[in-house]
Structure formats: C-alpha cells, structure tokens
Design a binder for this molecule. Structure first.
Ligand SMILES: N[C@@H](CCC(=O)N[C@@H](CS)C(=O)NCC(=O)O)C(=O)O
Length: 223
C-alpha cells in the first residue's frame, strides 16, 4: 500500500511516542501533525469523534485510533521488521504484556495527573505493577518478546523516560539496579535502541511541563 500516512500526536504523550517509534522501527515515512490539545483541530475531532484524543494514524485518508490498536494495525500492514515474535506461543506472551500495559495505563497515568494522597496511592499501584513486571515479565530476556524490541516494549515505553521525570519532580527514586535489576536493565536496553534514543521528548521540557501541571493541580486542590 503506497497511501499517505499521517500521525496526529502531542510531543509529550507516551501514547503518540509509541506510534512514532513503531513507524520509525518499520522505516515508514509519515507526516507528523502536532495537535493543540487545549484547542483541538477540526480534523482530530473528525478522525476521533468518540474519544477526541491523540494519537490518530491516518492511512490513505482512513483514521485508526487508540495507540495499541494503531500498533497492531502497523504490524499487520507492514510485517517487515516485526514487532511480534513468529512463534504463536511467544506472540501470545508478548500480547499478554501489551494488554497488561494497556489495562494498567489509566491508574498509572493518574500519577502524573494527581497530587497529594491520590498521587501517593497511584505511585503505590505503579510500584506493584513494576514488581509484577520484574518478577514475571522479563526473565533473562533483553526485551519482553526476546532479543529484539517489540510491541510490549513500546507499550511500556513510558517507564523508560516519563517515570524518571516524575522521580526527579518528586525527588524520589523508585527504579534502580538494586530494587528492580531486570527492569533497570530493560530501561537501559530500551533506551539504547537508536530509534528510541533519537525520539524521546526533551527531558528538561517535560520536567517543566509536568512541574507546571502539578503546581496548577496543587493550587486548585487547595482552593
Ligand atoms: N487510550 C488512549 C490514550 C490516549 C490519550 O490519553 N491521549 C491524551 C494525550 S496523552 C489526549 O489526547 N488527551 C486529550 C483529552 O483527553 O482531551 C491511547 O492509547 O491512544
């Protein structure tokens, strides 16, 4: 299929980064359109009328929404440089962890969108999730699906970058080589992949972005 590819995204969104990484791992050319989430474009609303969220991938004029659905669409449409193992059992395992990442997203994401007690609760939930990944998800493998980066790794990508920004903001350290040795090694492996390394949002910009957001949340919570 030689049709035009467009990605509607937002610079700091781990959901749009997942899609960007997948497109680049597949070596696909696409046009990136940065959305203003505070003043959404008519096109975004037209393409994603149900959730009105980014990311949206538009392929030959047809929109695909929801980041994990988009990743699966990309994998099925462009099977070269596969994001899933070939063995059916290994595929099922990789899909399980992708689903696990998706199922936990909203509770994890609330760490970035709450303050005070709610945030502490969300952090506790996140640490439990990280413990599950540490004990059951990675084993001795470099990535979730084996020796090469795949779907589940992209789904957990926020752990490798966004979580560290939150640690800095709250002046806490949750993931290190001692507490989460496998996860810590996975973070290094993930960040070493050149497509990932070259396509992570700027850390200082993210720090300021989330700092500002949390200050606003704290101010409205105390009013
Ligand atoms: N489940 C969605 C989540 C996407 C999402 O939450 N996108 C946010 C940006 S990080 C968004 O568009 N927010 C705009 C809004 O909620 O109005 C996915 O995986 O694509």
């Amino acid at each position: 299929m030689g049709e035009e590819l467009k990605l509607f995204g937002y610079w700091s969104s781990p959901f749009s980064c997942r899609v960007k990484w997948a497109l680049k791992l597949k070596g696909l050319d696409y046009e990136y359109i940065e959305e203003d989430l505070f003043n959404k474009s008519a096109l975004l609303l037209q393409y994603n009328p149900i959730y009105k969220k980014i990311p949206v991938l538009v392929h030959g004029g047809k929109p695909v929404v929801e980041s994990i659905v988009i990743l699966q669409y990309i994998e099925e449409t462009w099977p070269e440089n596969p994001l899933l193992p070939t063995d059916p059992y290994e595929r099922a395992v990789a899909r399980f962890w992708t689903k696990f990442a998706e199922d936990k997203t909203s509770s994890i994401w609330s760490m970035f969108h709450t303050v005070g007690e709610k945030q502490e609760k969300a952090i506790k939930g996140c640490l439990e999730m990280l413990r599950t990944i540490e004990e059951h998800g990675l084993g001795e493998k470099k990535f979730f699906g084996g020796e090469t980066i795949g779907l589940a790794d992209l789904a957990f990508g926020w752990i490798a970058h966004w979580l560290g920004v939150l640690e800095d903001l709250l002046d806490q350290k949750w993931v290190d080589a001692h507490t989460f040795p496998r996860l810590h090694a996975w973070i290094q492996n993930f960040r070493e992949v050149s497509v990932i390394k070259e396509n992570l949002p700027d850390r200082d910009q993210m720090f300021l972005f989330y700092k500002c957001r949390m200050e606003k949340l704290s101010a409205s919570a105390s009013n």
